[in-house]
Each structure stands twice: as structure tokens, then as C-alpha cells.
Design a protein around this ligand. Structure first.
Ligand SMILES: [Zn+2]
Length: 270
């Protein structure tokens, strides 16, 4: 019996350590700290030069890929108000620009996307892209795909979309994440994370929270026949309902796993 409680103690201690460890991972913000676009509707412009080394035959191919990337990644987070929209190909040539020069050529409030073979910016082989936000003279974001070598061209389509989404993350205000599952994770080996993680959801929602719906004054008083949990004002929105169901399923799963492990310990030790 003593042995069982000791083993359970060890199990809980390990579980506790694991949960502590998980909390040390997390998103970071840009080098400037918490900076974001004042409006959550942000337009994306595409530079006019062709990025042939990076595998694009025209700026319109890059435009299509950026469109696919935003709808597969950042625009689908329900808790994040950010709404990216690809607007147009503009007559800006980024083919030899640094990231700073690209930012200086970006209209205020927009993100400019292009490619460059500038060797100061892409000074080592294998770098896929660079991106940043700058608020020095109005909020602008930009990212450049490496057109100095074929690193980007050699990715598969899913990796290309994820790389664009990662650099867009920098362009709207995110830094790297310590969570290896996150899209914003930085891996030295150049491995591309292909999916958004909860950490990316949190990061986007932190920088671009949804506004609180309306002031309290405009909500109708609850009818005296209803108790405080009934009626429209007390009901969860469909979105919250879905989240609550998912949360409880997740909690039940964790509890189930813990219980079966404990029961397993007991039977084995008996
Ligand atoms: Zn990065």
C-alpha cells in the first residue's frame, strides 16, 4: 500500500513537472514589444517583381499563394480579430531591397510582400524569408521571400503556405515561439511547422482581441419571469458553446487517462 501511494506520488510529481515545463513555452512579440496595426483589417500588397529563383513565374502566382495562406492560417482563428486581405499587385520592385528598405516602401497600415536576392538580407543559404513590423513612422509590415537561392522553391506546397504564414506573423507583430508545435517556432534546422498551434491562436488573439460587443446600457433588462441564467443575455453564443463542449471533452479525456493510469498502477502492484 505504501508502495502504491509512493508510486502515485511520483506520477503526480512527474505530471506536475510536465505541466510546469509546458508553461515555459510561449509566443513572443516583435523586437519593438507589443506593436500591432491599430485596425484589425489589414491590407496586403504584392511587389511587382518576379521571384523566379524562389519558384514564381509572376507576382500573380505569389499573390495567389499569399491568398491561400491567409485563409488557411491567420484568418481562420475565431478568437483573433485580425482580418488579412490581399489587395493588389503594386508597382514596387523589391528584388534587391533589404527588409528595412521594403518597410520604408510600404504604405502606412499595409503589409508589403515581395522577394529579394539582397545578399545583406539573405547572407546565408537556406534562409526562407524575413519579416517584420515597423512603427517608427506609421504602422507598416513587410516580408521578403529569399530569391537569392532555391531554398523556398524546393519546399512542397504545404511548406510554402506555412512559410508565408510564418513570415506574415512577423509582419503583423509576432516574434518567435518557444513551442516546437507552433507555426511561429523557429527551428535552426530550417524545418517548417505546417500547422497553427494553440500558442499561435493565443498570440494572434492577444495582439488582435475582438472588441467587447456593445455597452451594457444597450442590453435589455432581463424579464422578471426569467432567472439570471435564462434569457438571451445569459446564454452562451454558439461559438462559446462549441468551445465549452470541446473543453469538457478535453478535460474528460485527461481525467480518463489519469484514472486509467492510476487503476493500472494499482492492479499491477497488487
Ligand atoms: Zn521567423
Amino acid at each position: 500500500m505504501k508502495n502504491i501511494s509512493m508510486k502515485s506520488g511520483v506520477f503526480f510529481f512527474l505530471f506536475f513537472l510536465l505541466s510546469l515545463n509546458m508553461k515555459t513555452y510561449g509566443f513572443t512579440l516583435s523586437n519593438e514589444g507589443r506593436v500591432s496595426f491599430p485596425s484589425s483589417d489589414v491590407g496586403i500588397l504584392i511587389a511587382s517583381n518576379t521571384c523566379s529563383t524562389a519558384g514564381f513565374n509572376s507576382p500573380y502566382e505569389l499573390q495567389d499563394m499569399v491568398r491561400k495562406s491567409i485563409s488557411a492560417y491567420w484568418n481562420k482563428i475565431p478568437t483573433c480579430a485580425l482580418e488579412l486581405e490581399v489587395e493588389a499587385v503594386v508597382s514596387t520592385d523589391t528584388s534587391n531591397m533589404t527588409l528595412l528598405e521594403t518597410l520604408q516602401n510600404t504604405p502606412v497600415g499595409k503589409i508589403l510582400v515581395g522577394c529579394s536576392s539582397n545578399t545583406d538580407t539573405f547572407d546565408e543559404a537556406g534562409v526562407l524569408g524575413v519579416g517584420s513590423i515597423n512603427t517608427a513612422s506609421g504602422d507598416r509590415g513587410a516580408f521578403l521571400i529569399n530569391d537569392a537561392d532555391t531554398s523556398f522553391a524546393n519546399l512542397d506546397d504545404q511548406e510554402k503556405l506555412a512559410t508565408i504564414a510564418h513570415e506574415l506573423g512577423h509582419a503583423f507583430g509576432l516574434g518567435h515561439s518557444g513551442d516546437p508545435a507552433a507555426l511561429m517556432y523557429y527551428a535552426v534546422g530550417g524545418k517548417v511547422q505546417k500547422n497553427l498551434s494553440i500558442d499561435d491562436y493565443d498570440a494572434c488573439s492577444y495582439l488582435y482581441p475582438h472588441d467587447s460587443p456593445v455597452g451594457c446600457g444597450s442590453i435589455a433588462l432581463i424579464d422578471s419571469d426569467h432567472d439570471s441564467f435564462g434569457g438571451s443575455s445569459g446564454e452562451l453564443s454558439p461559438l462559446r458553446k462549441e468551445a465549452s463542449v470541446k473543453d469538457s471533452l478535453f478535460l474528460s479525456l485527461i481525467l480518463g487517462i489519469m484514472l486509467s493510469l492510476l487503476v493500472g498502477f494499482k492492479f499491477r502492484l497488487n
